[in-house]
Design a protein around this ligand. Structure first.
Ligand code: NAD
Ligand code: DAU
Length: 360
């Protein structure tokens, strides 16, 4: 079996669902169920003996030791993290705790467990750390995309905490020979994406007749990847990646935020027209920018393509349509995550952002 951390979150739950849809190896899923974790994402696995869920914290060393020794996984796939940049600006402490201390704890417990393994079990064991392109900082308009050798220049408390965790993972390989693999991926989108992030937020707000908030001038660029393509890349790195290596994962799909929001409005206009008529684009509102907002991310994904023969299958157009369709079909899921805590977060993040003049 494999141990997955954070398997009730956006990417982790997609990974667990895809893993069990494409094979029979069991998953031990450890998740704290923070505001971002949701067992409803895994509802289709109820009664499936291949999936064992444990609610717990990656910072709890005793728990991790016990789980490793009792279940003896052949790999750890580590998704658990605080993942939202805006939340890291309002409250960085949780990011340091989970992303740095939690990753350290998991690495150290993993190493202790691995040191007890012998023969084939020891050779087969691996620890895959799921990280982000944000560790590389921000690109200028004509800079080449991030490659695995770019220097680390994190700019937000979130990306700094992920960078710190990447460094610890690297150090455990170089110092102890612990068999690690790291993936640094660009922006994901798709089913089960929590509606505090741009794409699901815009879909939810559009349909609720609320403003579609664009930070600053909306010309910040992200490289979008459909979540199932990311999951396939992780499976490939887990099976064939070289220990101690990092692999950049991206969609070759750079888009300005405003273009993403326009594309969403156009798809919604077609699939779920506004009751009042007119385009959802009318709901776009420019608001104060994110402090320290990175201008551009882009991933050079040639290494994973060359070495592991992975390429994204979904285009942005097909992936975005599938995503919008998923949200239209899963209104109840959206409503269930828009709890009191969610409303408090929306108030906290958006009430202090005065609307600004529409950009030219
Ligand atoms: P998410 O916020 O949707 O989910 C995170 C999950 O981790 C939640 O289920 C949460 O309950 C769990 N968790 C948080 N703290 C925990 C703790 N202390 N112990 C156990 N579980 C805990 O995040 P996501 O978007 O699915 O991202 C997953 C991973 O992928 C993260 O490491 C993130 O940095 C990385 N990543 C995300 C993206 C993206 O676009 N979302 C892109 C690249 C990399
Ligand atoms: O690049 C990978 C990263 O992508 C992951 O490591 C993070 O976990 C993930 O959250 C994501 O980070 P971003 O900050 O890029 O994602 P977010 O969806 O929050 O924002 C995308 C862009 O849209 C960003 O430039 C900020 C902008 N934005 C976001 C929100 C929530 C807006 O303009 N308005 C908004 O209301």
């Amino acid at each position: 079996m494999i141990l997955v951390t954070g398997g009730a979150g956006f990417i982790g739950s997609n990974f667990v669902l895809e893993w069990l849809a494409t094979g029979d190896e069991s998953v031990l899923n450890l998740d704290k169920l923070t505001y971002a974790g949701n067992l409803n994402n895994l509802a289709s696995l109820r009664g499936d003996g291949r999936h064992m869920f444990v609610q717990g914290d990656i910072c709890d060393r005793q728990l991790i030791d016990r789980l490793l020794n009792e279940h003896r996984p052949r790999a750890i796939v580590h998704f658990a993290a605080e993942s939202h940049v805006d939340r890291s600006i309002h409250g960085p402490a949780a990011f340091v705790q989970t992303n740095i201390n939690g990753t350290f704890n998991l690495l150290d417990a993993g190493r202790a467990y691995w040191s007890t393994l012998v023969g084939q079990a020891r050779d087969a064991f691996r620890f895959l750390h799921v990280s982000t392109d944000e560790v590389y900082g921000s690109l200028g308009p004509s800079d080449p995309p991030f490659s695995e050798t770019n220097p680390y220049q994190p700019n937000s408390p979130y990306s700094a905490s992920k960078a710190a965790s990447d460094h610890l993972v690297r150090a455990y390989y170089h110092t102890y020979g612990f068999p690690v693999l790291t993936t640094n991926c660009s922006n994901n989108y798709g089913p089960y994406h929590f509606p505090e992030k741009l794409i699901p937020l815009v879909i939810a707000n559009a349909r609720a007749g609320k403003p579609l908030p664009i930070y600053g001038d909306g010309q910040q660029i992200r490289d979008w990847l459909y979540v199932k393509d990311h999951c396939a890349a992780i499976r490939r790195v887990l099976s064939d990646g070289r220990f101690g290596e990092t692999y950049n994962v991206g969609g070759w799909n750079e888009k300005a935020n405003l273009d993403v929001v326009h594309a969403l409005c156009d798809i919604l206009d077609e699939m779920d027209p506004r009751p009042a008529g007119g385009s959802y684009r009318q709901q776009i509102t420019y608001v104060a920018d994110r402090p320290g907002h990175d201008r551009r991310y882009a991933i050079d994904a040639r290494k994973i393509e060359r070495e592991l023969n992975w390429k994204p299958l979904e285009t942005f157009e097909t992936g975005l349509r599938k995503t919008v369709q998923w949200y239209l079909d899963n209104d109840a899921w959206v409503r269930s995550v828009q709890s009191g805590d969610y409303m408090k977060w929306m108030e906290r993040n958006y009430s202090q952002r005065d609307n600004v003049e529409e950009q030219a």
